[in-house]
Ligand binder design. Structure first.
Ligand SMILES: [Fe+2]
Ligand SMILES: [Fe+2]
Length: 293
């Protein structure tokens, strides 16, 4: 049995105090939004309680689907590295960047510099990256890109999509449990300015090549959608709330998921166990769902 844990959107608090020169771009609206709203939603104590509970589960591997930062200040990447190192070593934690980690031009370079080893495939640099862990093939896809003011959209792009299709086909031949990690959901009810631009193309690749599981963040909601796979199969696409979302505020309270996976190709068993924070601040099991087997 292999246990994979998934958390997302930690949006590390508190926000470092920016220099004026660091706000001469899209960051200024994000900064005002943080001051007015988001600092009352994303709490470090909530995140710390979620991470402590997650660590107590002794997962074999942890996936984090982005938005560690808020407005991509250089100091947020330094603090993000410390947070990642506390979560686990780079071989045990797989990260994909979110739109807040790519908030302004140049931010993704900082993400690579400070967090690059958490986004490194077994065979080195490049996207999508591939990590083999036990019976799992973890495939990290980036949907993060700098966008204009007011936009939180994402895009995978033709090159990554073609490489993803090749990877999924090859790994299927190897009989591995294929897990796709991506920040933006392929299916979402969010407003247009927050969506994955080429979700249709991603769904097309999944429909042609299949996958056993797709994990995402971004909407800050507990979500389960079934994507069409090849030959009438279905692929679960699961999203988690923000790991720092205080209970009783906007969106769903902080939570993470565990996946208990065993079996073999054609006969996988995969149980999802959601654990999250209740109104009293305690982290406990919320639900169990059999996704396969
Ligand atoms: Fe987020
Ligand atoms: Fe996001």
């Amino acid at each position: 049995m292999f246990t994979l844990a998934h958390l997302s959107d930690p949006h590390l608090a508190p926000l470092p105090e920016p220099r004026c020169s660091e706000l001469l771009n899209k960051r200024v609206t994000g900064y005002l939004n943080w001051r007015r709203n988001r600092r009352f939603v994303h709490e470090r104590a909530v995140l710390d309680a979620i991470v402590a509970d997650l660590k107590a589960q002794s997962a074999d591997h942890i996936a984090c689907t982005g938005d560690i930062a808020n407005i991509a200040l250089p100091e947020e990447f330094r603090r993000g590295r410390a947070w990642l190192q506390d979560l686990g070593g780079a071989p045990e934690v797989s990260l994909v960047p979110g739109n807040h980690d790519a908030y302004v031009r140049g931010a993704l370079a900082l993400a690579s510099r400070f967090w690059g080893d958490y986004m490194l495939g077994d065979d080195g640099d490049g996207l999508p990256y591939l990590r083999r862990r036990g019976p799992l093939a973890l495939i990290g896809v980036s949907s993060a890109m700098p966008t204009a003011w007011g936009l939180a959209t994402g895009r995978v792009g033709g090159e990554q999509l073609a490489a993803l299709a090749r990877m999924l086909a090859k790994l299927n031949g190897e009989g591995l449990f294929r897990v796709v990690l991506i920040h933006h959901p392929p299916v979402s009810r969010a407003k247009r300015h927050k969506l994955l631009d080429d979700a249709w193309a991603l769904k097309h690749v999944i429909a042609a090549q299949g996958a056993e599981l797709l994990l995402h963040g971004h909407d800050h909601l507990a979500m389960l959608n079934w994507l069409a796979g090849p030959g009438g199969t279905r692929v679960p696409a699961v999203g988690v709330p923000s790991a720092s979302n205080a209970p009783g505020r906007a969106k769903h309270a902080a939570a993470y998921n565990l996946y208990r996976i065993d079996g073999s190709a054609g006969a996988w068993r995969c149980e999802m166990i959601s654990r999250g924070m209740d109104a009293s601040g305690e982290v406990k099991e919320r639900e169990r769902v059999m996704l396969a087997g």
